[in-house]
Structure formats: C-alpha cells, structure tokens
Design a binder for this molecule. Sequence first.
Ligand code: FEO
Ligand code: CA
Ligand code: CA
Length: 687
Amino acid sequence: MSRETGDNLDRNQSGNLPMASVMDTYLSRRTVMRGSLGAAIAMIAGTGLTACFDSGGGSSHHDDPVTEPPVTEPPAKLKLGFQSIAGSRTDACVIAAGYSAYVIAPWGTPLNSNGNPWKSDGSNTSTDQANAMGMNHDGMHFFPINGSSDDGLLAINFEYIEADALHPNGPTTDGTGKRPVEEVRKEINAHGAGVVRLSKVNGRWQVMQNDPLNRRFTTASLMDIAGPLRGTDHVKTKFSPTGTQARGTNNNCGNGYTPWGTYLTCEENWPGIFVNKGVRPADQVRIGVSASSGQYKWETAAGDASEVNGEFTRFNVTPTGASATDDYRNEASTYGYIVEIDPYNSATLAVKRTALGRFRHEGCCPGLAVAGKPLVWYTGDDSNNEYLYKFVSDAVWDPADATPADRLATGAKYMDKGKLYVARFNADGKGVWLLLDVATPTTAGSTLGALYGDLPGIILNTRGAADAVGATPMDRPEWTAVNPLNGDVYLTLTNNSARTAAKVDAANPRGPNRHGHIIRWHDSDDHKSFTWDIFVFGANAAGAPDINRSGLTELNQFASPDGMSFDSRGVLWFETDNGETTLTSYTNDQLLAVIPTDLVDATGKQIPVNAQNQVDLRRFFVGPNGCEVTGISFTPDNKTLFINIQHPGNWPYTDKATDVTPAGSRVRPRASTVVIQRNDGGEIGTA
Ligand code: FEO
Ligand code: CA
Ligand code: CA
C-alpha cells in the first residue's frame, strides 16, 4: 500500500544497532550447513544447480562442514524472451511486445446473485459489497481445479479502501462526528479477502458468478483463532469469552500459500482501525494502535440502534467493563496474524495461525517442501526499521499431506506448533536466526520469558521480543520469494526514509534509502543461520554511483520493490509501489523480471545484478497513472499471469487493460486483476 493510508512509521525504539557486537549465544553455534540442503534441493529440482552467491563481506561458504555439491550448469538454460519496455505515464497499462492484457474481476464484481451489479455512481449497498469483489486487490494465489491451467480459484486480498471511490460522494459524518452505519458496513465489507472461481470460456478467462466456492472474508467474518494464542486471556473478548474466535481480517496485503492447497492472507496495517483512549499496553504502542481516533472512525457508529454484537463498539479497545470478557479491550489482539483459508471448501472458517507472529505482516512465502524436513515460511513486518521473521514447523513434511482430506487439520499440524525466529544480518555476509521463545537471552541480560511470561505473551509482543534479542532493523520488509531451483530466499526492502546516514549497515547500506533494494539469503540446514547478499539496488539510472549501485539503465530503473514471486521455472518477477520522484517522473509502477540463476560469474557462482549483466533485468509491464502494481500468480502451465492494479487514478476505461482513458474523461477508478497472456499462447516471459 502506498498513498497516505499506509502507516509505515518508525516505532522501533529498541536502539538495536545492526552491527552491534552483542554477545549472543547463537553466535557460537551458527555453523552454516547449507551444502546438505543445497544438495537435497538440487536433487528435487533436477537441475544440479546450487545456491552460491557472493556474501557481500567477502567471506566464502567453503568453511562449510558439509561438502558442497559440484556447481554445474542447468541442462537447458532459461532465458527471458521479451525486450524491456520504456517507462510510461498514462491512464493505461503497457506491456512487452507480443503480449496482451485484459481486466478481470474489478472491485464490485458480483460473486453471486445476493447483491446488485456494480454501479458506476458508487451507490451499491453494504450488502452488495459483501457479495462482490472487495477494494484494492493485493496479494493473490491461483489454485487450480484438478490441476487445470484453464479453471481454478483465485484467492485474493482486498487491502484497503479508497473511500472517495467507494461512496457516491466520499465518506460522510453527521453533525456530531458519527459515521453513518451503512457507510461503515460497506467499508468493513470492502476489506478482507475472497475466493473467486475463474474459468476460460472460449479462450478468455471469466468470473464464474454463483460458483459455490465463491466467497468473501470481510473485517466482520467469523474466524477461528489457532496456535499459541488460542484460548489465552490475551484474546478473550465479550464476543468470544473462551478466546477461540474472532471477527474479521483487515489490511490484507501480501500473501502466501501452503503445500496442501490453502491460501495465507497477511494482516498488515490493521492497527489503524482501532483506537484506545486509555492507557495503551506496550504491544499496542509498539505496533501503532491510535490513542486518538480510528483511521476510518468506524468506532463512531457504536451505539446505533441497528448495531449487532458490538460490531462497531469493538473498534474502540479502551477498557470499559469490569473484565476483558465484558468489553473489547482485547479486540486488537485478535489481529496481526497470518490467516489460513481453504479455497476448496466453502464450509470452513478462516483460521488465524498465531504461531507465525503478530505484527504488520506483509507476505508469507513458503520455503521448499522437502520430505522429512520441517516446513518454513518467511514473513516481513513492513514499517520503517522493522524485522524479517521465519517460522519453522515442529512437524516434518510428509508428502502424503499434499492432498489431505482435511486441509485445515493439516494446517494445524504444520502451522500451530513450531519455532518463530527473527533475523540478524551480520556485516560479514552471514546472519543468525534468533529464536523467539522463553529461554532466549535478551541483549540486556534477561530472557524473553522474564519479559513476556510465556510463548503467547512473546507472540502478542512479537516486535518487542525481536527488539530485545537484537534483530536487525530493516528498510521496510515487504514480500519474500523462494527460488524453486535452489531454495534461495529473496526479500523486497521497499525503502526507508527514516534510516539516517549514520545508521546504515551492510544489509541496509543507504541512508535515507529512497529507492529500496532486494536482499537474498540461503538458510543453513538447521535453520539457525544463513549467508546473504544484496541482489539488486533500486535506483534512477542517472543516480550517483552510490545510489545506482546495480548499474540500472532507463530500461530497468525502478524504486520501491514490493510484490514479488518466482514462477515455477525460476524467473523472479517483482513489482513496484513507488513514490520516489526521479522515478515517478519517468514511469508509473511496473513489473520487472530477471532469472537469478542466469547471473553467474565464470565459475558458475550466482552474482548480483551489476553494470555488466543488468540487461538481463527487464521491464515487462507498466501500470496506469496513480496505481501500484501488486499481487502475482501463474497458472501451472505458466501461460497465464495474473497481476493486480491497485488504487489506479482514472482507469480502467474498458476491459482491455491497455486502452487509455481519453483525455477529459473521468471514470470511477476500480482496482482490478489483469490477465496477461502471450499472443502466440506460449509461456510468459521466457523465450
Ligand atoms: Fe501493503 Fe507493505 O504494502
Ligand atoms: Ca505491499
Ligand atoms: Ca508497499
């Protein structure tokens, strides 16, 4: 999310110094054992290609205790098959030659017949909205039906609202400062996530209205709480005195998925919907719950005669009753999680998987699933100077679980019990995963158990726990992506205006960081350590050498990388959410592609994007004025690419994404999914 509603403020008062020489018990056992994992993954991928890249500080991996597999070329070298396009600043999408793009499932598209069709005057009701595509499409994932590349379920996030477009004449309040309940309900229903059946009909993808699997999750939908927080005092409310259920998901930004066919939606800037006018507990201060007013003032509708079960009251988390089960003081503690959705079974509730931490989750990309090894998910906390986290399951992967009878029971098996880690990036190109659990020592000589009591207390205060163990403050961690060819993990660090020149470190080396960068790492087999390097620096082509460190040109200059995914062939695709003026004066937000395993030195070792190889980083797509390009998913055959256009200014004019809104015309803007296909029907992006 960009625009003013994105709250990425620096609330990290920990003083964690990235390069602080903090004594740490993990340092003594940070043996890097990446060779064995590399070998295992290479066998799976069948390429024989190992993860090897410069580690920034010049240290090599050759002190590994396990012999590394030989470095060989992949059998058939993948190559990008399109030419980079110039930047664009129009009310239209622009795409590489040989490709076409059309709009599907824009905001307000009905999923069933329980509401009215979308109306261009903004007059749809809250009920219409609850039965239609929400607003500001973000992360998404395509789940095929029976393995098909022509028929499947798109699970998708609706991050936030553009209130001016949502209502006929923008949001209103009455003379006493109260929001009208119908407007509030419409806003609540425009947030969240959804599942929509998409099928190709006569060669063109269409929304299958009234498919029984179509459904919406809003900021009011009933959900289960699972994992360490379930049933604890932290999440007991008047609505759920047992602390086992919650209502709604909000500000769903990036996404993830699981090897058993479920969708993960990530709660990012949700603190903005709450207000606490009393004494805010430490976790609410650290995460940014307001002391004065909710972002949308939903709490002002409380007390309306039509209010059901405190549906508006719950956004004011100021204690008012005798205990937590008499009011909604804990309502905010039911937000900030990874939420699992079974797209294939509409009878199931969404489940908040609290073991994966509580913060402003951006995405949740899985690591490679290896039989007999734990499963892993990577998840960033997108605010200035926040952290990168990883969850490692206690259960080891059983490939039979890829097609379970009960997907959410499988989710419980792998996602409710495990270890939550936070990353520290050291200057020598190595790093440490710091365990967030009761026995973990803090840099001040205490333990997390002494600070927060138990694991539920630690999770509730994830940011504070990460502060206490000396994690590395990063330049706004957005999405993660895992290379299917070798298990390397990539993280977009979108920008950080709050990083001063005095506070740069090896992993975040520019201050202020206006353009962002992409860092990557490879985990050790025991998940306790990693080696890392910076893959590419965002920059304007004309930037000084210290800014344009990757030698970018007009044809691939970018800033503020955000959405990101590998396709199954090993092409890395990343999207931008940029507000840096040298770039915005050249181009709207964009989608670029690069094949990291193609960028190698003479010995076959992976290297970053640089002035010599930068032609292999190519701009594939540019969005319309005002938008952010986000969300990305492929069909299994890689012949359809779905991306999202979020918060466009004056688009779409027609369902042809590349049609320009004529000068002088104003459309009610609609965030939309865009379907990209190659005109000759081939795979997207490659030769
Ligand atoms: Fe919702 Fe971090 O972008
Ligand atoms: Ca984002
Ligand atoms: Ca962003």
